[in-house]
Design a binder for this molecule. Structure first.
Ligand code: SF4
Ligand code: SF4
Length: 341
């Protein structure tokens, strides 16, 4: 969450932003304007990649300042593109969203939260996997993390309705496994910032998969593949997920290739950029895919259905298989075959 007291106007956030070409003067000038509650050019150029959250050396969280100001000023391509959607989500919460789907599982197993995603946005057969057998499964607006609304001019939605979402999950009376990063971010990062109590145990999908694979090592056939990893923007808030992912890769015999666009330098999937500048979005995707292939990755691993959707066209054109993380694990336990390029 933006903390003006931590900002010393060094400008590093916007100097390092890959999607504008700012020198120190311009960076400092824009941050000063935003701090004063005024519009600045970055509001129209920012593709909401979240990277400046990590570029800031003092923890001031400039990305959050930008998202707040995009919503407040209310202009710019992101706001215009998604206004209708954000209005719909707001109405749903104000009117008491009934949009919830619950598939009851075994009483002693945790619940798997799909956030507000549709089941069909995940790979076919995900719900039938042995990895998730017997789990209660939930999805719908009532369980929406709301964290991703910052990409669409709805930064305030997590603060306004996050409590309702946490209460909805608490009513299940179960431990929660978050299938999407942003659900985990709401519970683990935003709830703390907003003073919302989380009255249940929860874990990230990667922790769950790692534990499942550790407990079922006899079922694993090592894949012996090299892959590139496409994180989604929310991982900037939870860098610890990278350790869990590495543990999964080691358990199933997958090597993450070393490449230019990983870690701090990871590129956005291009999704939010499509609402700002389509040419830029396609250039980001092509640079990303070329980097993966130049470094001999045999597949691009995704962890977010939106990243998976917006990248698939370009990876397919380039002949680089794209595999969702749950399917990668299913390949290791023999439920799914490695894709044909
Ligand atoms: S969120 Fe990403 S695109 Fe926006 S200013 Fe920060 S680094 Fe640049
Ligand atoms: S938000 Fe952080 S990186 Fe940006 S100017 Fe302030 S201290 Fe520097």
């Amino acid at each position: 969450m933006w903390d003006a007291a931590k900002c010393d106007l060094c400008g590093d956030c916007l100097i390092n932003c890959r999607y504008v070409d700012y020198d120190k003067n311009k960076a400092v000038s824009d941050i000063k304007l935003l701090r004063e509650g005024k519009a600045a050019d970055i509001l129209d150029s920012c593709i909401t990649c979240n990277a400046c959250f990590q570029y800031c050396p003092t923890g001031a969280d400039p990305a959050n300042l930008i998202y707040k100001m995009q919503e407040k000023i209310g202009t710019g391509p992101i706001i215009a593109t998604f206004k209708h959607f954000i209005d719909g989500v707001t109405r749903a919460f104000e009117q008491g969203s009934k949009d919830a789907q619950v598939i009851e599982g075994d009483p002693d197993k945790p619940a798997l939260s799909f956030d507000s995603f549709l089941f069909k946005q995940f790979p076919e057969g995900t719900l039938e996997s042995m990895m998730f057998k017997g789990m209660t499964v939930v999805r719908g607006r009532r369980y929406a993390s709301l964290v991703g609304m910052a990409h669409m001019g709805g930064e305030s939605l997590a603060a306004r309705y996050g409590q309702k979402v946490i209460e909805g999950l608490a009513e299940l009376g179960k431990d929660i496994v978050y299938l999407h990063n942003e659900g985990y971010v709401l519970a683990h990062v935003k709830a703390r910032e907003l003073g919302i109590a989380v009255p249940y145990k929860y874990m990230h999908l990667f922790e769950y998969l790692r534990d499942y694979l550790k407990n079922n090592q006899n079922d694993i056939t090592r894949l012996n593949k090299k892959v590139a990893y496409q994180p989604n923007c929310a991982v900037r808030w939870i860098p610890e997920q990278d350790v869990w992912l590495q543990e999964i890769f080691e358990l199933i015999g997958v090597e993450r290739v070393s490449r230019k666009y990983e870690g701090l330098n990871a590129l956005c999937c291009g999704g939010p950029a499509m609402g700002v500048n389509m040419e830029l979005a396609l250039n980001i995707q092509n640079d990303n895919i070329k980097d993966a292939m130049d470094n001999r990755a045999e597949a691009m691993i995704t962890i977010c259905p939106m990243c998976d959707y917006v990248l698939r066209g370009q990876t397919s054109k380039a002949g680089l298989p794209q595999v969702f993380i749950t399917d990668l694990c299913r390949m290791a336990i023999g439920e799914v075959s490695w894709p044909v390029s």
